[in-house]
Design a protein around this ligand. Structure first.
Ligand code: ATP
Length: 307
């Protein structure tokens, strides 16, 4: 039977538009191709794991506003267990205002974390109760940090497999690294946590060793189109990125990888097989525009995935 996964993390609504050039202060410019869609690392990873075949409960905090209601609609259609999503009365659902300059492909982004940065001790109590029916706990660093620490610690005490995507890069209290079984940073986050600039296999190995020294048991450092370095129980591998067609949008590639990998772990796959499954999941996601909507389903991943 598939193991149960609880993802605790952020939700923000992405509001993005493409423009010919960024407006100057006080200037209004006409944009085009406005898109509104679900975003946030917690949400993206929960959707990815769910589509990749895992039994996922997602917990975030939304405001009781228009964006919050739309989000619940989206999750309902997605078939994700969201019964335990927290709602902050009078609160604001997180949002990201994204402007993309069409000529340079540069972007300017304003993120307002909103409700998902207001998770309280009382909320943590509720989520802790859910961990009793959970086998794998996955989280990131996009909410306020205290709940992340407390939930990792509780999950570890309860004997769950704990997975941390340490993004966005920020200082993590060393005390809590002991509660992390598997850590999945990208190159920037790995450098931030270890001081090692990851440029190749040897430097990835050094960074992984520094993370093992901090108490984790498994490390995956994602390296963009170069693939991922993975190390677990004395074994290590450089896993190539999977070519599933031309890459059109790599935003959320890391989220796809992590969601896919966790779904495979929930399905009872070993560490390195799960890394391969994550690579395929990300390899497909980058061939499509968007983040959550780009996440592939189990049947699609199965076409490429062989162990
Ligand atoms: P993001 O922050 O945009 O989610 P990230 O920096 O966390 O991305 P990356 O290291 O860029 O994550 O990519 C994660 C994984 O996605 C890689 O390990 C690789 O397996 C896959 N990937 C990334 N880019 C490509 C690509 N162009 N083609 C195929 N696979 C890719």
């Amino acid at each position: 039977m598939s193991k149960r996964v609880l993802v605790f993390g952020s939700y923000v609504t992405d509001l993005s538009s493409r423009i010919q050039s960024f407006p100057k202060p006080g200037q209004t410019v006409k944009g085009r191709e406005f898109r509104l869609g679900p975003g946030g690392k917690g949400s993206n990873q929960a959707v990815a794991a769910n589509r990749a075949g895992a039994d996922v409960t997602f917990v975030t905090k939304l405001g009781d506003d228009l964006l919050g209601n739309q989000t619940l609609d989206f999750y309902g259609k997605e078939g994700l267990d969201t019964q335990n999503i927290l709602i902050e009365k009078g609160g604001q659902t997180g949002s990201a205002l994204i402007m993309v300059d069409e000529s340079t492909a540069q972007n300017r982004i304003v993120v307002v974390g909103g409700a998902c940065e207001q998770v309280t001790d009382q909320d943590v109590e509720k989520i802790s109760g859910l961990l009793d029916q959970t086998d794998i706990f996955l989280t990131q660093l996009e909410t306020n940090i205290e709940p992340v620490y407390k939930l990792l610690e509780t999950a570890k005490k309860k004997g769950l497999l704990t997975v941390l995507n340490p993004a966005p890069a920020q200082v993590i209290d060393k005390e809590y690294m002991k509660s992390v079984d598997i850590i999945i940073p990208n190159e920037t986050e790995a450098e931030f946590l270890t001081g090692v600039t990851v440029v190749d296999y040897d430097t990835a190995k050094q960074a992984a060793q520094a993370l093992f020294d901090q108490g984790v048991k498994g490390v995956v450092i994602t390296l963009g189109k170069r693939g991922a370095y993975a190390a677990y129980q004395g074994e290590e591998k450089l896993v190539s990125a999977v070519d599933c067609g031309s890459a059109v949008d790599t935003t959320g590639a890391g989220d796809a990888f992590i969601g896919g990998m966790v779904a495979a772990l929930a399905d009872g796959k070993g560490f390195f097989d799960a890394v391969n499954y994550g690579s395929v999941t990300a390899g497909i996601a980058v061939t499509r525009k968007g983040t959550a909507p780009a996440m592939p389903y189990k049947q699609e991943i199965s076409r490429y995935y062989q162990i």
